[in-house]
Design a protein around this ligand. Structure first.
Ligand code: CTP
Length: 407
């Protein structure tokens, strides 16, 4: 259980913070909501108090005995401000202390995550961008806003990212100093990374396909983590039904052939590629044009051909500085067996890094946690266990190190 302060600034997206609060509380965290006075124009104090089960104040002069303004910030394990408006970012950047939330921001020593939401013009304004840069320089984690439909008819960057996305980012830095440091360092700034996620569908006929159980959770975590570390991210999503992370360009594909085409096209402009998707190794040689009908009591015989090995093709075509990462789920007898299988696969595929996991105890598809061993041609880079988010950051740590070695 961690102590989280949820700061809410005065923007229409304040209503979405109710969902952030609910998700954080349901995960067992103790959440104190600190709205700005303007935020109460959108969602009232009663709602925040009822949802959090805790007293709500907006000014340092309210509830003096119950809500000591200095202690709220000092005792927090994480402060999340969602939505962070242009005004809140400006006040935080200049160190103002004109309401309870800005007082909390000045007294907090824990990680602080700001989630901006505002009209596109306000977000892109040099004043806001300078404030964001100042906050980032000081170690504040500022998420990229999502792009899309805003409150009026306008569209563009400025939407509050989805609550699931905010909670995923918040929990990834909570109690994980190494991740928080990597995010603060923004060590993927200026890089374009391409991540594939999900599982491909190979058509048998116009209504049926052969698929696999990959949910896309690890690929999504990788894309979200890279975006937070400053990268420009393209996510190639194969049949992913989960909410996709904000701040990434998404390309959807269905089959292994489409995945191969997208990845090979994106390779030309990528600094790193992570193949977290589960493509099919075989595809029906000749998918039926019409729906396959039962023919008496007979069975069905389908002839398959091999698909393109995307990882191998990318690895063999890569420019020297590009870092390529593959995944391998193996049923190994023990750690030594896993490493033996991994080393052979790394060599066969020709990638720089391979993320191995032993699935002999059961598959990890759709599970929030994982245990992996990251290897390169010289041996084990790191063994990591934890949330798919934490593992995503360990993989980017290894990518950053591999990129430096290639220079
Ligand atoms: N992969 C790929 N293209 C394929 C199949 C797999 O790019 N047609 C990638 C996966 O995305 C993963 C890596 O290769 O990153 C390893 O996948 P895996 O299924 O373990 O590889 P295979 O070559 O199919 O090995 P095996 O014979 O052990 O199944």
């Amino acid at each position: 259980m961690s102590r989280i302060v949820l700061g809410v600034a005065g923007g229409i997206a304040a209503y979405k913070a109710c969902e952030v609060l609910r998700r954080l509380s349901e995960s067992g965290h103790e959440v104190t909501v600190v709205p700005t006075p303007n935020a109460l124009e959108f969602v009232g104090a009663t709602t925040w108090a009822a949802l959090s089960g805790r007293a709500v104040a907006t000014s340092v002069f309210e509830n003096i005995t119950e809500v000591p303004h200095v202690r709220i910030g000092q005792q927090a394990d994480l402060v999340v401000v969602a939505p962070a408006t242009a005004d809140l970012l400006a006040r935080a950047a200049t160190g103002r202390a004109d309401d309870l939330l800005t007082n909390v921001l000045l007294t907090a020593t824990c990680p602080v995550l700001m989630v901006p939401a505002m009209h596109t013009e306000m977000w892109l304004h040099p004043a806001t961008q300078a404030n964001v840069a100042t906050l980032r320089e000081r170690g504040v984690l500022v998420m990229e806003p999502a792009s899309g439909r805003l409150t009026g008819a306008d569209t563009g960057p400025g939407r509050l990212p989805e609550p699931v996305d905010i909670v995923a980012v918040a929990t990834s830095v909570l109690g994980d100093e190494r991740t928080a440091d990597a995010v603060r360092a923004r060590d993927l700034t200026g890089r374009h990374v391409v991540v594939s996620a999900g599982g491909t569908h190979e058509a048998l006929d116009p209504v049926r396909f052969l698929g696999n159980a990959s949910s896309g959770l690890q690929g999504i975590a990788l894309a979200r983590a890279a975006s937070l570390r400053g990268a420009r991210v393209t996510l190639v999503a194969a049949n992913v039904s989960l909410p996709l992370p904000s701040g990434c360009t998404v390309r959807t594909v269905r089959s292994t052939a489409e995945l191969a085409e997208a990845m090979l096209e994106l390779q030309a402009d990528a600094d790193a590629i992570v193949m977290a998707a589960a493509p099919a190794d075989f595809t029906p040689e000749a998918p039926a044009d019409g729906k396959i009908k039962k023919d008496g009591d007979g069975g069905l015989t389908v002839s398959f051909k091999q698909t393109t090995d995307v990882l191998k093709t990318l690895s063999h075509a890569r420019p020297r500085e590009q870092v390529i990462v593959g995944f391998a789920a193996e049923t190994a007898a023990d750690e030594a067996d896993l490493l033996r299988l991994g080393r052979a696969k790394l060599e066969r595929k020709g990638c720089d890094l391979l993320v191995l996991n032993n699935v002999s105890g059961g598959a990890v598809f759709g599970e929030p946690d994982n245990t992996v061993t990251i290897i390169d041609a010289t041996g084990v880079v790191e063994a990591a266990a934890g949330s798919k988010s934490a593992i995503a950051h360990r993989i980017w740590d290894a990518v950053v190190a591999a990129g430096q070695e290639k220079k």
